[in-house]
Design a protein around this ligand. Structure first.
Ligand code: PEP
Ligand code: MN
Length: 448
């Protein structure tokens, strides 16, 4: 490929079966776009990626907890300062509550600054007798239901790159520039618990308050706590894009996919002998794999062998998304066999993707109670196995949307008519996200 970094094996995926890709290689814009992407500056730096790997290694060893959250699908239109900062703010708010609950450092990671590509269960969508290509995320085509908009357009990869760059720029400013001061984040959370619907969380908020006062009396350096590390992640779905952003690090000599710090392989593209697993086995970034209810222990062991042959803590994260109904039945065997193999993966729960339902009025939604039930099941299984429940992966937003049902300040299906904004899966809104953090914090405290 013109301009792209050369390294043995980095292009082997091209001769393997590959799922969920756009049909755009014949477009005249394809070659020039890939060429341009392959010489643009990296979005993240190899040194940062290495820091993240060491943080995740801590989590794999039970000494840190991962919080990964953001949209199901980011859109170009919603990459505004208000929406990006609201989401970062919500993740930081959740992180403070979880830090208190876990009594451990919380690694903060956004499904942000690159989460533009979506796998779909069907290639097409039919409305009123008209069939068009399915929406595959803003990096591939538009959401509007017209032939022009739904056409796969490789030039969108450049827009995705630049939107990721400006999103990351804002995230870096927000988290490095003093806005993330622990005391202000705690003040924001007080707003949440002062809502009568959330009074049951007041006690925990008070405890956090006295912990902060205690730190202050001991002379804690709050200036040093004004900045936080924040990492970017997305599903590595479009290998044309991921490959073009891969660079050989001059310091270590290894290839890094510089589109994000952390990349994950989705449930639909985790086939062992196919392109996604092969490509991601070649880059140094920490890698996640989503594991759904059909995953067998042998699948998991083979993924470990391929993606983490050196058994390097922090390299491999298994993000289980079993569904509340399955988690207590399916997870134990997986955890047991993986642990028995000697591998040290980081176990994270995604309580969203196994719990998607359609509301009676026709919206794709999730019940807050199911989401929480899966998290509880995840903790129960790991407690019983003596393994560490190391993180939480959620689809959430900082805005006041209505997409998931329930919560203490409940959302009902009527609210979807005016408050449903997601172009893909339903997200927890700001309040539901914080409520989840309080509930998970209570779980974490039980396991101390
Ligand atoms: C997602 O994370 O949005 C997603 C599609 O998940 P999964 O691969 O687990 O279905
Ligand atoms: Mn999703």
């Amino acid at each position: 490929m013109p301009g792209a970094a050369v390294y043995p094996g980095l292009d082997d995926w091209r001769s393997l079966p590959i799922a969920q890709q756009p049909t755009w290689t014949e477009s005249p814009a394809f070659e020039p776009t890939v060429k341009e992407l392959s010489v643009l500056p990296p979005l993240v730096f190899a040194g940062e990626v290495d820091v993240l790997r060491s943080r995740l290694a801590q989590a794999a060893q039970g000494k840190a907890f991962l919080l990964q959250g953001g949209d199901c699908a980011e859109t170009f239109e919603a990459a505004t300062a208000d929406k990006i900062s609201a989401r970062v703010k919500t993740i930081l708010q959740m992180a403070v509550v979880l830090t208190y609950g876990a009594q451990l450092p919380v690694i903060k990671m956004g499904r942000m600054a690159g989460q533009f590509a979506k796998p779909r269960s069907s290639n097409d969508e039919t409305r009123d007798g008209v069939t068009l290509p399915a929406y595959r995320g803003d990096i591939v085509n538009g959401y509007d239901f017209t032939p022009e908009s739904r056409q796969h357009d490789p030039a969108r990869m450049l827009k995705a790159y630049h939107t990721s760059a400006s999103t990351l720029n804002l995230i870096r400013a927000f988290t490095q520039g003093g806005f993330a001061d622990l005391r202000s984040v705690h003040e924001w959370n007080k707003g949440f618990t002062s809502n009568p619907a959330h009074s049951r969380y007041e006690q925990l908020a008070k405890e956090i308050d006295s912990a902060i006062k205690f730190m202050a009396s001991c002379g804690a350096d709050f200036e040093a706590l004004k900045t936080v590390e924040f990492f970017a992640s997305h599903e590595a779905l479009l290998l044309d894009y991921e490959r073009a952003l891969t660079r050989i690090d001059s310091r270590t000599g290894f290839p890094y996919d510089t589109s994000a710090h952390f990349l994950w392989i989705g449930e639909r593209t985790r086939e062992l002998d196919q392109a996604h697993v092969d490509f991601l086995s070649r880059v140094r970034n920490p890698i996640g794999v989503k594991l759904g209810p059909t995953t067998s222990p042998d699948d998991a062991l083979a993924l470990i062998e391929k993606l983490d042959p050196n058994r390097e803590p922090g390299r491999l994260t298994f993000i289980t998304r079993m569904g509340a109904k399955n988690i207590r039945e399916k997870l134990p065997n997986l955890v047991e066999k993986v642990t028995a193999s000697g591998a040290q993966v980081l176990w994270v729960t995604d309580p969203m993707h196994g719990n998607t339902v359609t509301s009676p009025n026709g919206y794709k939604t999730r019940n807050f109670d199911d989401v929480i039930d899966e998290v509880r099941g995840f903790f129960e299984v790991h407690q019983a196995q003596g393994t560490f429940p190391g993180g939480l992966h959620v689809e959430m937003t900082g805005d006041d949307v209505a997409e998931c049902l329930g919560g203490a300040d409940p959302i009902d299906q009527e609210a979807f008519l005016t408050g449903y904004e997601s172009v893909c899966d339903p997200r927890l809104n700001h309040k539901q996200s914080l409520e989840m953090a309080f509930l998970v914090s209570e779980e974490l405290r039980k396991s101390l």
